[in-house]
Design a binder for this molecule. Structure first.
Ligand SMILES: *[C@@H]1O[C@H](CO)[C@@H](O)[C@H](O)[C@H]1NC(C)=O
Ligand SMILES: *[C@@H]1O[C@H](CO)[C@@H](O)[C@H](O)[C@H]1NC(C)=O
Ligand SMILES: *[C@@H]1O[C@H](CO)[C@@H](O)[C@H](O)[C@H]1NC(C)=O
Length: 396
């Protein structure tokens, strides 16, 4: 409890120091969000976070668009699966997400005093391509970006006006993606779009296409920002060790970690001109589909989420060594996107839940202390777990 209050306080202090907008000295609370990418009509699911880290009071807000529907065996419409991280992101006061079936993005403003009910800033706007599956947002640059991963692939960015309307910045920037709409599987699709920590470039990962017995390298694109706008000339890297380049998380401007579904994860070096190389690969024994990844600076740990394995693997961010494994009962299902606040790591689970783990004692030396499982918050009443994508937190 105390640690949580202190970290929240530090967080608020950081926000005050880094932002011109005055902030309350003590944050009142926090809200967790993810996308329900539903062919019948998508929504943002918001759930309140208590001071004890626990979840309550779920709420749906329509995005004004739809997920991509494919016919299921009983004739029902099922989502096609986004194969991505960061389908929904928050950079206060904004929340950005996508509508994979409508080829649009939806920008919301989060009301400080009612964060459970984000407000659409306008009608969803075209992504300029097909099958958008990942987004990025910078409040500092007033920049929103989306990547399309279907038959018309590419990066589209927008400037965010004072009133929150999205103005397209140039045309769709092409990417090497050869997929129909919707893509039939994960190989060859876009995985993630993220800013580096100093927000001088935006990075996009694309999985290898599965050819040559799954050994063809994927792509890592870096679009340098020029006056806060992504350049038309990306720096493209294809480290040969990576075959299913999935989600990316930055440790610093010069180091990052990436999930690779074919073996686990890798540590990356990034040059001053944004070229990416692998400094170490980390084989995770027994892994099935390591797709999701999150660096948590407070603990200097990189968490790996596996869609087919319930345990969460934690890497030491410096060495890349496996530091510990958080065991979960197989019934929880795999681990999908992550979000972090205070001492608490939130993970969506394949079997309709969000797990909350407390990392507070996990840094003790000697007898290794595993993080405590605080809660498995069942989300089955909120929609089909297969439709849930992305995860982000806003604290206030
Ligand atoms: C394909 O890769 C798998 C796993 O690495 C390996 O066991 C198999 O021998 C490979 N097949 C061919 C035809 O190279
Ligand atoms: C998960 O962790 C438990 C406890 O350490 C272990 O028994 C189990 O084998 C692990 N499961 C996998 C798939 O690694
Ligand atoms: C959540 O509830 C559903 C419906 O009761 C159940 O099938 C599922 O196993 C529960 N998930 C977890 C992780 O307990």
């Amino acid at each position: 409890m105390k640690g949580f209050t202190i970290s929240l306080y530090l967080l608020a202090l950081n926000m005050r120091l880094s932002s011109a907008v005055p902030r309350p000295q003590y944050p009142d609370g926090a809200e967790l969000y993810f996308l329900e990418d539903n062919p019948e009509g998508s929504s943002v699911v918001s759930i309140s976070i208590g001071r004890d880290g626990k979840l309550s009071q779920p709420h749906h807000t329509a995005t004004g668009g739809k997920g991509f529907g494919i016919q299921g065996s009983n004739g029902e419409l099922i989502s096609a699966g986004l194969h991505s991280q960061d389908a929904l992101v928050v950079d206060g006061p904004w929340l950005l997400t996508l509508n994979s079936g409508s080829n649009t993005v939806s920008l919301f403003q989060i009301p400080e005093h009612d964060p459970a009910r984000p407000v659409l800033t306008g009608k969803p706007i075209s992504t300029g391509g097909e099958y958008p599956n990942t987004v990025a947002l910078s409040a500092r640059h007033r920049l929103a970006c989306v990547v399309n991963s279907g038959a018309i692939p590419g990066l589209q960015c927008y400037s965010i006006s004072k009133t929150g309307s999205l103005e397209p910045l140039g045309k769709l920037k092409p990417l090497q993606v050869n997929e129909p709409t919707p893509p039939p599987g994960a190989p060859g699709t876009v995985s993630d779009i993220v800013f580096n920590p100093s927000q001088t470039a935006i990075f996009i990962t694309v999985k290898g296409d599965g050819s040559n017995n799954n050994t063809t390298p994927g792509y890592i694109y870096a679009f340098p920002l020029i006056n806060g706008v992504p350049s038309d000339k990306p720096v493209i890297s294809r480290p040969p060790q990576l075959h299913a380049d999935f989600a990316l998380t930055f440790i610093s401007d010069r180091r990052a970690a990436i999930a690779d579904t074919s073996f686990g994860a890798a540590l990356l070096d990034i040059s001053s001109d944004f070229k990416v190389s692998v400094s170490r690969t980390i084989e995770v024994i027994g892994q099935k589909a390591t797709c999701w990844i999150k660096y948590v600076p407070e603990y200097d740990v990189v968490f790996l989420g596996d869609g087919g394995v319930s345990n969460i693997t934690a890497l030491d961010a410096r060495s890349g060594d496996i530091k510990y494994v958080v065991p979960f009962l197989a019934e929880a299902g795999g681990s999908f996107d992550f979000a972090f606040l205070g001492n608490f790591l939130y993970t969506r689970r394949g079997n309709s839940a969000v797990s909350v783990i407390d990392l507070q004692d996990s840094n003790k030396k000697g007898d290794q202390q595993l993080p405590k499982i605080v809660e498995l918050y069942n989300t089955s009443s909120l929609g089909a777990a297969a439709n849930f994508n992305g995860m982000a937190i806003f604290s206030y």
